[in-house]
Write a protein that binds this ligand. Sequence first.
Ligand code: HEM
Length: 425
Amino acid sequence: MSGHSTYVPKTALGKWFEARLPVVRLLHDTAVSYPTPRNLNALWTFGGILAMMLVVQIVTGIVLAMHYAADSTVAFRSVESIMRDVNWGWLIRYLHANGASMFFIAVYVHIFRGLYYGSYKPPREILWILGVIIYLLMMAAAFMGYVLPWGQMSFWGATVITNFFTALPIVGQPIQTLLIGGFSVDNATLNRFFSLHYLLPFLIAGVVVLHVWALHVVGQNNPLGIDVKSDKDTVPFTPYATSKDLMWIVLFMIFYGWFVFYQPNFLGHPDNYIEANPLATPAHIVPEWYFLPFYAILRAIDFNLGPIDSKLGGVLAMFGAIAVLAFLPWLDTSKVRSGRFRPIFKVAFWLFGLNALFLGFLGSVKTDDIIMGFQAVVWAKLSTLYYFLYFLVILPVLGYIEKPKPLPVSINDAILAKSAPSSVH
Ligand code: HEM
């Protein structure tokens, strides 16, 4: 852990325990005395919000599993019985289903915070890559969870997504067969998805431990993006960061509660209240909202590129859109971390954010729908192009051509300059 341990056991029992298992010291150094940059803004509370959401998902998921039946003949009915017959079952289910969406909202804020303030830059590369692994695991967990109620979108979503694998030459077909446990999505698919859906959150929790460990080794970044230089730049984690985290967790819970109690099905799809029917394909198969930008990228590639047909091209583009994140620490060549001091980066970043939202919208419409005079797929191609340009061209080049604004000498200096009466200057 970064910083020097200040923990001193006060009681005889404390000392005895400390000599045998210094877990209290570990907790104290991590969550009490840990030096936190004093200028962190509310965006730095989302790591804590994510940790809280992971616990909520695991606890509600375990209770749901007590009543859920992973058998394709009864799965749909077992979910309806949770909603109607199990005491508080409706609440547990809505907390879990909406919890998945809240988890993704929080993770997107967390990721975009990192993108803006350059939190992926040295020395935080491993911390960032562990984050990308968590994100991938979250996507796998959410996808498999959505299959469990065995509604129409569960079934057809699973069919479409697992079919992606067949685009890969030679290994594709065997991988797909292994994944779904046969030649089409069926009871075997449901069983293995349930098993993996139960497992993945614990795997995520394990990677989160590594993520937070890595964070505590290198220390937190901050809105100025400059390194901590002295004790004046930091405050102890408790009470400062703990109380701020707690306040934002409560605000986030209110937002979450609003969905659970007032709009519990707003983020879902009505077709999932129709039981899975392998003989009736829904008119419009759409994934959950948090996958929509990637779905738009997948569908944008509707042309062959030499030996790569459109299907493989789409799958490669979609996975590439996530994989590129892992290389970001080396793609962004600027020495300055925080976007605050990078005038051109700022414009490219906000465009990237808007573009990501637009991709999400494009993922929700039909490819031949007309949007502002053009087919949605044309827009999807342009947006996909900007998505990749941002990472592969703009960020690498900007580091060389952009002239950043001057950085403050230290975090403490910047804070004093901001709070000093204007007559001093
Ligand atoms: C279950 C999901 C996750 C949990 C529980 C989690 C937890 C945390 C916590 C507690 C912090 C410190 C507080 C903060 O800076 O907000 C943190 C920091 C960080 N996380 Fe995550 N995280 C998760 C997912 C991710 C993902 C998906 C990424 C990126 C792809 C990521 C990248 C980072 C980075 C770069 C930092 C350091 C930020 C800084 O100091 O500026 N995390 N995370």
